[in-house]
Design a protein around this ligand. Structure first.
Ligand code: UDP
Length: 315
């Protein structure tokens, strides 16, 4: 296959580039580098089946030659980032989806949308199955991401139903691993960097809110299987191992051998407004349709991630 991966210089996008290249495909990565970095794909420079194009997919885009698949992974993905870039976040989910799915239609390519557990908002159902419609505040600070992704799903289904584009939608739950931006503000890079620097771990509120963390290689396996499957309707890909953020702080301390203390902080800005109180994927559909389930347990995933953080923190 010859693929276009938008957001190809981001955390997930760059791991997807690696995987598709390993499988023998040709990969074009596109990224405007507002939250992505060429450091994530520097090791691919000069690869004969890899190309990088710096471009903002919210503007018109065209790629020469045939394409078999378009994977739309471009978007700020950390609450801090989409608070800092609210309009680019809305644009890449709406205009960026329109432009990339239009390209897929033009090329007769399969289209895979990177959607998110944020479409479920602050869920009133736990775990969240794909059939749950969600509980999103459209005008809150997270609305710029959540609603853009909900619009992107609607656009993807409309192109499928009206234009017959061969589409896939993956709803990605919290994912971590090497190359996550250290200062992206999310809990995994924050806690890892704080623990490795022996600084206090900043647990927001009372730390009783929950998340379920999946290692990046599991996500990549899930996306790969979904792309090759026939499933058009959304599929959750995440690890159902749910824990409180306070428990997660303790796990990070143990994994890093850190003597950092844990502090409870109350950010005074918009960062934690509408913070989902629980989140856990129902993965029955991924199991039955894709035969997929996560295989990397949290301690093992952290063990694979810590050296990459140490290297980048120059510790
Ligand atoms: N969080 C925290 N301390 C931090 C960063 C985040 O307690 O330094 C909490 C945050 O309030 C949320 C959870 O960790 O409940 C996950 O936040 P993150 O930004 O990683 O992503 P989200 O899952 O909210 O998109």
């Amino acid at each position: 296959m010859r693929l276009l991966i938008t957001g190809g210089a981001g955390f997930l996008g760059s791991h997807l580039c690696d995987r598709f290249l390993e499988e023998g495909h040709d990969v074009i990565a596109m990224d405007n580098l507002i939250t992505g970095s060429t450091n994530n794909i520097a090791h691919l420079a000069g690869h004969e089946r890899f190309a990088f194009i710096k471009h903002n997919v919210s503007n018109y885009l065209y790629v020469d030659g045939p394409l078999d698949a378009v994977l739309h992974f471009a978007s700020p993905a950390s609450p801090n980032d989409y608070l800092e870039h609210p309009i680019p976040t809305l644009k890449v989910g709406s205009l960026g989806t329109l432009n990339t799915i239009g390209l897929a239609k033009e090329k007769g390519a399969r289209y895979l949308l990177a959607s998110t557990s944020e479409v479920y908002g602050d869920p009133q159902v736990n775990p969240q199955p794909e059939t749950y419609w969600g509980h999103v505040n459209p005008i809150g600070p997270r609305g710029v991401y959540d609603e853009a992704k909900r619009f992107a799903e609607a656009m993807t289904m409309a192109y499928h139903r009206y234009h017959g584009v061969d589409t896939r939608i993956v709803r990605i739950f919290n994912t971590y691993g090497p190359r996550m931006r250290i200062n992206d503000g999310r809990v995994v890079p924050n806690f890892l960097a704080q623990a490795l620097r022996e600084e206090p771990l900043t647990v927001y509120n009372d730390g009783q809110q929950t998340r379920s963390f999946q290692y990046v290689s599991d996500l990549v396996d899930g996306v790969y299987s979904l792309l090759l499957s026939d499933e058009v309707m959304p599929v959750n890909i995440g690890n159902p191992n749910e824990m409180t953020i306070l428990e997660f702080a303790q796990i990070v301390k143990e994994a890093t051998g850190s003597s950092s203390e844990i502090t409870f902080v109350q950010p005074q800005d918009q960062r934690i407004k509408d913070d989902p109180q629980v989140r856990r994927p129902d993965i029955e559909k991924a199991r039955s349709v894709l035969g997929w389930e996560p295989s990397v347990r949290l301690p093992e995933g952290l063990e694979k991630t810590i050296p990459n953080f140490k290297m980048r923190l120059a510790l």
